[in-house]
Ligand binder design. Sequence first.
Ligand SMILES: Nc1ncnc2c1ncn2[C@@H]1O[C@H](COP(=O)(O)OP(=O)(O)OP(=O)(O)O)[C@@H](O)[C@H]1O
Length: 337
Amino acid sequence: MTRLLDAENLRAAYRTPDGRQVFAVDGVSVHLDEGEVLGVAGESGCGKSTLGAILSLTTRPPLHVESGTLEIDGQRQELGARSKIPRTWRGSVVSLLPQGAMSSISPTMRVRDLVVDVVRAHDRSVKPDEALDRARDRLRSLDLPVRVLDSYPHQLSGGMKQRTVTVISTLLNPRLLIADEPTSALDVSSQKALIEMLLHMLEQKIMGGVVFVTHDLPVLRTVSDRIAIMYAGKIVEVGDAASITDAPRHPYSAALLGAVLVPEPRFRSMRVNGIPGSPPSLANPPSGCRFHPRCGVAYDECATTEPPHVGGDLRYSACFWAAKHPGEPVPLAAVTA
Ligand SMILES: Nc1ncnc2c1ncn2[C@@H]1O[C@H](COP(=O)(O)OP(=O)(O)OP(=O)(O)O)[C@@H](O)[C@H]1O
């Protein structure tokens, strides 16, 4: 497998009007191989969209990236206040497929105007007709109707709007696509159509890899090769989709999956009605492991010490319990605290 993305130690904070810093992504590393979809899951407010903004180089105040590195195809960029990211990276190396297609297309522009704007924003030498030819070819290759180019956004269905935004976000063949809740506003058949289209685009090598952010675990299980589970600004577990959903090695992953998914064989005998307690405020997160106040198998050290990463870059659990129980999935006691 060829490595596409190594993002290391990402840290970003929202600066609040009263001068505080809320670290919504705190020491997060993300790795992706060529051709992979990495799903990012977690409860609302855990920092998923913030991570997507950092990876797609679309952060803006009050969010500030404090530190981290982004390496794509071996090209490395330091992130932070003094970083100088080449303009060509946005859109052509990394691209964002934003949340809610409705809001990302201006109602007064036709789709064709947007296509021309997006392509020429990255390369002024491309003539409008060339940009439109490129869009027509892409639409045809994905079996989408070319007439969408002449439409206004309100004339398209929600599903077609989101597929169109996806085509526009990837016209420059980005190496990495960050898809932030792309299916959340869609009905089930439009979700399926969008996911099939994304996977087809990946096969066609229109993009090199996808980071797919959503709170929707059933969708994530369908689309992802690997899944990262986020909690309170940190990734607590990463692994291939089947091992995360069938044999989680972090108590939070198990609780989240048990609460949301149709129970897997291990969980079939029980139904977890939500996770006890509520996520912490990121303005003042708990010490040690941030999940320890809600965890059913926490040790004393979990309250005081940052948990170790047990495993390698592509499959690990940040957990003292996992360190003491090599290879074991977490017990049901962990999710019934
Ligand atoms: N403008 C802001 N000022 C201060 N804190 C913020 C701001 N925007 C977001 N946050 C904080 O950052 C945290 C992460 O937000 P983010 O939107 O990345 O979470 P998320 O997991 O994507 O949630 P959701 O699924 O609801 O979109 C939130 O807990 C919130 O407290």
